[in-house]
Write a protein that binds this ligand. Sequence first.
Ligand code: 13P
Length: 253
Amino acid sequence: MRQKFVVGNWKLNKTIAEALALVTELKNQLGAVKGVQIGVAPTFVALPSVAKRLEGSNIATCAQNTHWEASGAWTGELSAPLLAEAGASWVIVGHSERRQHFGDTNETVGKKAVATIAAGLGAIVCVGETLAERDGNRTLPIVDDQLAGALGGIAAAATPKLVIAYEPVWAIGTGRTATPGQAQEVHAHIRKRLAERYGQVIADGIRIQYGGSVKPSNAESLMAERDIDGALVGGASLEAADFIAIVKAARPS
Ligand code: 13P
């Protein structure tokens, strides 16, 4: 059985004070939840204080991006060892907003995933097609290319630190969620590819999150699908009540 993993990706939202207020509420209200792994991904500047506030809790601190080098002449960047030192335990890599606006490619996403795992952190690798790609029946080949780029450097032994997030770009921030059936189809395909690469036993252990307009009202039906192992939540993770409801929807029945 794969334990469900629900992560709130706060993107560029929340002041440091607001971030601390939100995680304090989450910590208080989610402390008793069992059987679900939980994470929040604040901005880089809020990350150290959030991680400190979450110490000893059942909520992991995640980063939203990393550079692939540990140090060097990379003005404005952050590295996975630094994120680990600041208290992160997971890093989201290859989010579609990074791919769209900041030049992340399948190749650099692969390097980021390798650097993340080398630093002892878990990597949440995002894949997903645009609307034009879906309409052009190219969803599965696009996801295949993204997976091949991201996983090329990740050996079977490193897969306990690997999570995949399927986030169709057309469902992000649009209120237009993939139906459970549409998402499940792609998740099953991703697991098939993972099995080809790592074998069925390992593939059966890798969590595949869904992301894209996850809300309290649709979380349960999405996560009821057999290959949907949690959620990567944007907008709805900014409100404590909504995020808490989504985490509770992931509890084992
Ligand atoms: P929304 O939940 O706001 O659609 O964002 C999804 C997302 O991009 C999470 O990484």
